[in-house]
Design a protein around this ligand. Structure first.
Ligand code: IPE
Ligand code: IPE
Ligand code: MG
Length: 247
């Protein structure tokens, strides 16, 4: 059977750029923070949908290195909201066998209480293997690449031994597979500095729905659309490589 076979067409790694919270609030004449608050339900629905579909790696973009430019009260609200959400859902994430990881969380502006909860959740769920949930929080794709370059130099790796593989080994969580599918809600069509190295060959889907309204059924639609894509990885298709499976 070719790559389109049952099971193989479920993307191994799905990443979501959770965008549109502010517009969702504006449409309701509410403060932007109400949009962030409403995003929690979508996050929980999508984790459940991915888990049920058999997606093994799910990454969620929650806060970028550029989001520090936002007004202080909005940033403070997001910090408090993320902390509350983690504490509330930690037991069910653990019980479902979900391993939680965080990309970022190294800026001194992150409240120590949140940094502590993040560490606790990673420790609690570190032995789980059913699904890995990576929360990109205070994340920047370029920063990760610069940090990897620094790490290679510090390790004294000679220039002629720097390969794509050895370089990727210095990125955070080098065991993370490349992203197969990126879903960016709200109709915006840009990367916004998200996992730049890992999305090199990802398929992209841009649903118009705003993130707080995104639910399991939207996620299923994205998986269906992904199934119909042809991934070529620069090659030409042969009868055994029809469909969308990663090599
Ligand atoms: C995404 O929603 C959440 C974060 C970036 C933290 P936005 O807050 O960017 O919502 P819009 O784009 O203004 O609608
Ligand atoms: C990207 O969304 C970051 C997250 C969704 C967390 P933004 O709303 O910050 O991105 P831009 O400013 O539209 O590029
Ligand atoms: Mg936005």
């Amino acid at each position: 059977m070719g790559w389109g076979g049952v099971g193989l067409s479920v993307p191994r790694h799905v990443a979501c750029v959770m965008d549109g919270n502010g517009r969702w609030a504006r449409q309701r004449s509410l403060p932007r923070t109400a949009g962030h608050q409403a995003a929690e339900a979508a996050v929980i629905d999508v984790i459940e949908a991915a888990y049920t579909a058999g997606v093994r790696w799910l990454s969620l973009y929650a806060f970028s290195t550029e989001n520090w430019r936002r007004p202080g009260d909005e940033v403070d609200f997001i910090m408090r909201l993320v902390r509350r959400t983690l504490r509330k859902h930690a037991p069910s994430l653990y019980a479902r066998g979900i391993r939680c990881r965080f990309l970022g969380v190294n800026d001194p502006r992150i409240p120590p209480s949140l940094a502590r909860d993040v560490t606790d959740l990673m420790e609690l769920t570190g032995g789980n293997r059913r699904m890995t949930l990576t929360v990109a929080f205070d994340h920047g794709g370029r920063r990760d690449i610069v940090e990897a370059a620094r790490s290679l130099i510090r390790a004294g790796v000679p220039a002629d031994q720097v390969t794509e593989e050895s370089f990727a080994g210095h990125l955070p969580y080098p065991d993370t597979p490349d992203v197969d599918l990126v879903i960016r809600t709200s109709g915006e069509q840009r990367i916004s500095n998200f996992m730049l190295w890992q999305v090199a060959y990802a398929e992209w889907i841009f649903p118009r729905v705003l993130w707080p309204d995104f639910r399991a059924e939207h996620f299923w639609e994205c998986l269906d659309a992904y199934r119909r894509r042809e991934r070529r990885f620069g090659d030409v298709l042969t009868p055994t490589t029809t469909g969308n499976g990663a090599p």
